[in-house]
Design a protein around this ligand. Structure first.
Ligand SMILES: *[C@@H]1O[C@H](CO)[C@@H](O)[C@H](O)[C@H]1NC(C)=O
Ligand SMILES: *[C@@H]1O[C@H](CO)[C@@H](O)[C@H](O)[C@H]1NC(C)=O
Ligand SMILES: *[C@@H]1O[C@H](CO)[C@@H](O)[C@H](O)[C@H]1NC(C)=O
Length: 384
């Protein structure tokens, strides 16, 4: 059996056998399709997986031509990326125009590219050397899109690491790091002028991992907790992600911007980690991502910004075996490379417009994962 059809067969079988890997979410689910792996299925096989997951929006870290081609005429919306190492070159308008002509033009309009994220986590991280080129590159790409008549359909943005915040607690006191304010102010002005969104990668898991004695696990994974109350606004937060998002809104307000939307370009929880990576378990990852999807279904905003529904790209579609760093880095996926779920996050309509996680999976998700993995391993071996 050819690898591709074997893969489809396994997927089909899995969907039939599990019967619960279904998510009924109204607004589009976004997911990061990271590809730092040597064992992922071809993009053409990923479409069926996304449909099963009800994913309608995909974020790529590059403009991988095979992927964009495979998703032509599918209606899936793409956020594509300019790689960090290309920023300096792209900050030259001529080079930016060439980049758009070569990487975007050939795929539109048949593949629905709706935004371009220029660089990933440039500010405040180990990539800070690219910081001076970030805004110029965003402006150059934006100019190129205008020149090529694409600016109505595609907006320009950049995904930021949460380390750009100096203070995030309480959320009303959110502020950006002083040494980055110069860059961020210009970027916010750009977003304001072009009506585009500010993107942040937010991981309550990191905060919990760094301080498990102080931070309640439940608070960081959307499970029942006392939550926190912002002592300035008196607003109550029942989960950390919303507090993190509102801290970004507060930091933007300090720079004079209440006119820019915050979107979460990455969030997630690893299903496995190093011994000292507290919280990295399949159960916590399932709860975090499953609960997050339920929240998104409600289409509501955060306590301080109730009229701005949360908009999120989950990290990530697959476990990626070539990602460097601790074990957790290679275990953020909802799916194993063979397409089977790492854990079940299926939501079911409870019949009263509420969505609930299937009951049995609360207690036995680890066993289920083991069971399905073993069955598939067996099938894989039998079929080969
Ligand atoms: C800004 O963008 C949003 C979509 O993100 C759209 O609904 C709105 O109409 C736009 N506003 C302007 C002034 O173009
Ligand atoms: C955490 O949430 C679970 C429900 O998933 C609940 O049973 C438990 O009591 C909560 N723990 C705390 C400390 O509130
Ligand atoms: C609110 O709490 C923060 C952090 O715990 C503290 O630094 C600040 O002084 C408090 N502000 C007020 C108005 O109580």
């Amino acid at each position: 059996m050819a690898m591709a059809s074997l893969f489809r067969f396994l997927l089909l079988l899995h969907v039939i056998s599990s019967g619960s890997f279904q998510i009924a979410v109204g607004i589009g689910i976004g997911i990061n399709y990271g590809q730092l792996a040597n064992n992922l299925p071809p993009p053409s096989d990923v479409l069926s997986l996304l449909k099963t997951l009800k994913v309608t929006r995909v974020k790529l870290y590059n403009t991988d031509s095979d992927t964009l081609t495979a998703f032509a005429n599918t209606g899936i919306e793409f956020m594509v990326g300019v790689r960090n190492e290309d920023l300096q070159r792209i900050s030259d308008p001529t080079q930016a125009q060439l980049w758009v002509q070569q990487n975007i033009r050939p795929h539109t309009p048949q593949t629905k590219i709706t935004s371009i994220s220029v660089g990933n986590e440039i500010l405040g991280s180990s990539n800070n050397q690219y910081a001076p080129f970030l805004l110029p590159a965003m402006q150059a790409i934006s100019g190129a899109l205008t020149n090529l008549g694409l600016s109505d359909d595609i907006y320009v943005t950049s995904a930021h690491s949460y380390v750009i915040l100096e203070n995030s607690y309480p959320p009303s006191s959110g502020s950006f790091k002083q040494n980055l304010v110069g860059y961020i102010k210009g970027i916010l002005d750009f977003h304001s002028r072009t009506n585009s969104s500010f993107l942040i990668n937010a991981y309550p898991f990191f905060a919990y991992k760094a301080n498990p004695a102080q931070i309640p696990l439940n608070y960081s994974i959307f499970e029942p907790s006392k939550g926190t109350t912002d002592n300035v606004t008196n607003l109550h937060y029942d989960n950390m992600l919303y507090a993190q998002i509102d801290a970004v809104y507060s930091a933007m307000k300090l720079l004079g911007h209440t006119d820019v939307r915050v979107r979460v370009s990455e969030t997630g929880c690893p299903s496995k980690g190093e011994p000292d990576e507290v919280g990295a378990t399949p159960e916590n990852a399932r709860l975090y991502n499953g609960n997050l999807l339920k929240r998104m279904e409600k289409d509501r905003g955060t306590p301080a910004n109730p009229d701005k529904p949360i908009d999120i790209y989950i990290f990530a579609l697959f476990n990626e075996n070539l990602k460097p760093g601790p074990i957790s880095e290679r275990n953020y996926g909802l799916l194993y490379p063979n397409g089977t779920p790492v854990y079940e996050i299926g939501l079911r309509d409870d019949g009263s417009h509420g969505y609930v996680l299937p009951q049995m999976e609360y207690s036995s998700s680890t066993k289920n994962v083991m069971f399905f993995s073993n069955v598939f391993l067996l099938l894989l071996m039998c079929s080969l």
